[in-house]
Design a protein around this ligand. Structure first.
Ligand SMILES: Cc1cc2nc3c(=O)[nH]c(=O)nc-3n(C[C@H](O)[C@H](O)[C@H](O)COP(=O)(O)OP(=O)(O)OC[C@H]3O[C@@H](n4cnc5c(N)ncnc54)[C@H](O)[C@@H]3O)c2cc1C
Length: 541
């Protein structure tokens, strides 16, 4: 039996940490909410669904393809597959607004069954929405029907086998539905791991990570998910696309790259050959205090361009430093910071930087990075707060549910640009969010989450009092303002969350008209009927 999250939030019921008691006072002070629980998710029985629309012929074809027990349209499965995990998704799910839930959920067990399901949906006319872990935060798994009456959720969770581990080449061939922790656990028997650690680690699948070009917390050192994919197999309505598992190739344009990031619009990725690394023999996480956000960025630029970037890098701006420390209270991270550093950071003097190394030669790599950080004016705060961050690094999504209970708008967004443009991008996005949410003055924190020789990504977290009348509209207008500011700055609309439905309006400003036409042409060739994940990635044309 596959584990499932609660339908309205993050994780299994009761899992994860609770909001600390002192958070209520902080929320009152920062956002003007009472800090008390003001809303609760509806019961599954009260979720609003429309009767499923599935023709008898399509149902029979699906049942022939995967077996009747794997074609489901009961309330529970339709609600569980109705949405991803963005703030807007959670707002809708908590109030039981599931009218667009898929009509039917089909769970094939392998590549051939996926191919038959796609042919049936193309033949009988139904939208197909591939579903991995369902952790999309950009509307990627929203059951948009396009021109079809029926939405079929293609649940890839049964493609969960580790098919082969080539320990000599350090490559594993795996089904697309394998979840990240399950893969690392299975590989551990051979002393190997994938080591891809997005904050959604507990639930995301390898297929979903490939389809969205995900980045994990250690991607600065280990590489983004794109770089971990040696080869892939994708079933499209027009046939199979399979790339060669050679370590490198000059055989024309990289078709692997065409499928990576295609977000289910071309077909369903069914298998991946993934590059592995040995289980870490050493590990070290620590915290530093940068004089300011700009000074910290400058130190990170120098460090990265000198080839000394740690595997994990996370530099918070002053507001994120202040809110992180305040929320941590007397536990964890805070308890382990020295008194002097704590006083300084609380005063707003400086910014918190977390750095980490995993694998071999940690002492040598750490020494090089420490030299560069000191040269950039940063001060070491020791291993305690770094290890505390590592221990709590998957906690935040659990706390989000408690914040929603308390009437808090809580959402994140991310982007990336060159070092030359980073400071002005930071200012522009903050200003856009603060202006758009001026009626409910927000707390906007930001951190550099990944660094490259030529630039870095910025990850923003927004907290505000919910507009009780129209909480969804409140966030939509803030998100639009932030997206426009990002596009105006010439930065990417997404460094790792992908495009989905929510970022599609900005795709053309990133790729240009011809670029979007090329993507459309590829889709039309692989998916002539237009059944694959309508309304995602490509702007409405
Ligand atoms: C709390 C939280 C934290 C997150 N942190 C990170 C982070 O640190 N880094 C990061 O990169 N992302 C992060 N995300 C976003 C999300 O986890 C990633 O986009 C992840 O890659 C999605 O994987 P999934 O298996 O859940 O895919 P899903 O959400 O199921 O699907 C994502 C998209 O890919 C398509 N798709 C899924 N599987 C396949 C397949 N096999 N073939 C073709 N198309 C497919 C879907 O149709 C959809 O468009 C976070 C999300 C949440 C909710």
């Amino acid at each position: 039996m596959r584990r499932e999250q609660k339908f309205w939030g993050w994780g299994e019921p009761g899992a994860g940490p609770r909001l600390p008691d002192h958070a209520a006072g902080l929320l009152r002070e920062w956002l003007g909410v009472s800090g008390a629980v003001v809303s609760a998710p509806v019961d599954l029985r009260d979720v609003r669904l429309r009767p499923p629309v599935v023709s008898a012929a399509l149902r029979a074809a699906l049942e022939r393809a995967v077996g009747a027990e794997h074609v489901r349209d009961d309330r529970s499965i339709r609600v569980l597959r109705a949405a991803g995990r963005s703030y807007l998704d959670l707002l809708a799910l908590r109030t039981g607004a599931c009218e667009d839930a898929p009509d039917v959920v089909v769970a094939p067990s392998g590549h051939e069954q996926v191919a038959v399901v796609l042919r049936a949906c193309a033949g009988f006319g139904a939208a197909v929405i591939p579903f991995g872990g369902g952790t999309s935060v950009v509307g990627g798994v929203a059951p948009v029907r396009g021109s079809w009456d029926t939405a079929v959720c293609l649940d890839l969770g049964r493609l969960d086998a580790v098919l082969d581990v080539d320990t000599r080449s350090r490559i594993a061939r795996v089904g697309a539905g394998v979840r990240l922790p399950e893969l690392d656990h299975a590989l551990g028997a051979d002393g190997l791991r994938l080591g891809h650690l997005p904050q959604s680690y507990e639930w995301a699948t390898v297929g979903g990570c490939a389809a969205t070009r995900s980045a994990g917390q250690a991607s600065t050192g280990f590489g983004r998910f794109d770089e971990l994919v040696a080869a892939l197999r994708c079933a499209t309505p027009a046939g199979d696309l399979e790339t060669l598992g050679a370590p490198a190739s000059a055989a024309g344009p990289d078709l692997r790259a065409l499928v990576l990031g295609s977000e289910g619009t071309l077909g369903a990725i069914t298998e991946l050959a993934l590059r592995l690394r040995p289980v870490a023999s050493e590990r070290r996480y620590e915290a530093w205090q940068a004089r300011s956000f700009d000074a910290g960025c400058e130190a990170l630029r120098a460090l990265t361009q000198a080839g000394a970037a740690p595997d994990v890098v996370r530099l918070s701006d002053a507001d994120e430093t202040r809110t992180t420390l305040a929320l941590a209270g007397e536990r964890g991270l805070l308890r382990r910071l020295g008194e002097a550093a704590l006083r300084a950071l609380r005063r707003g003097d400086g910014c918190l930087l977390i750095v980490g190394w995993e694998g071999g030669a940690v002492s040598r790599r750490r020494a090089a990075a420490a030299r560069a950080l000191r040269a950039g004016g940063a001060l070491p705060l020791g291993r305690g707060p770094g290890e505390a961050w590592r221990a709590a690094r998957f906690a935040a999504p659990h706390l989000r549910d408690a914040l929603l209970d308390r009437g808090v708008l809580v959402e994140t967004l991310e982007t990336a640009t060159t070092w030359a443009g980073l400071a002005s991008l930071h200012r522009a996005v903050r200003a856009a969010l603060q202006t758009a949410l001026a009626a409910t003055p927000p707390v906007v924190g930001c951190h550099v989450s990944h660094v490259y020789p030529d630039g870095a990504s910025l990850y923003f977290t927004v907290l505000a009092r919910q507009d009780a009348g129209d909480p969804a509209g409140q966030w939509r207008s803030a998100k639009r303002a932030a997206g426009d500011a990002i596009a105006a700055a010439g930065a990417t609309i997404t460094h790792h969350h992908a495009v989905g439905r929510d970022h599609a309006p900005w795709l053309e400003s990133e790729h240009g008209a011809l670029g979007v036409e090329l993507l459309r042409a590829a889709k039309e060739r692989c998916d002539p009927a237009g059944i694959m994940n309508p309304g995602k990635l490509l702007p409405a044309g």
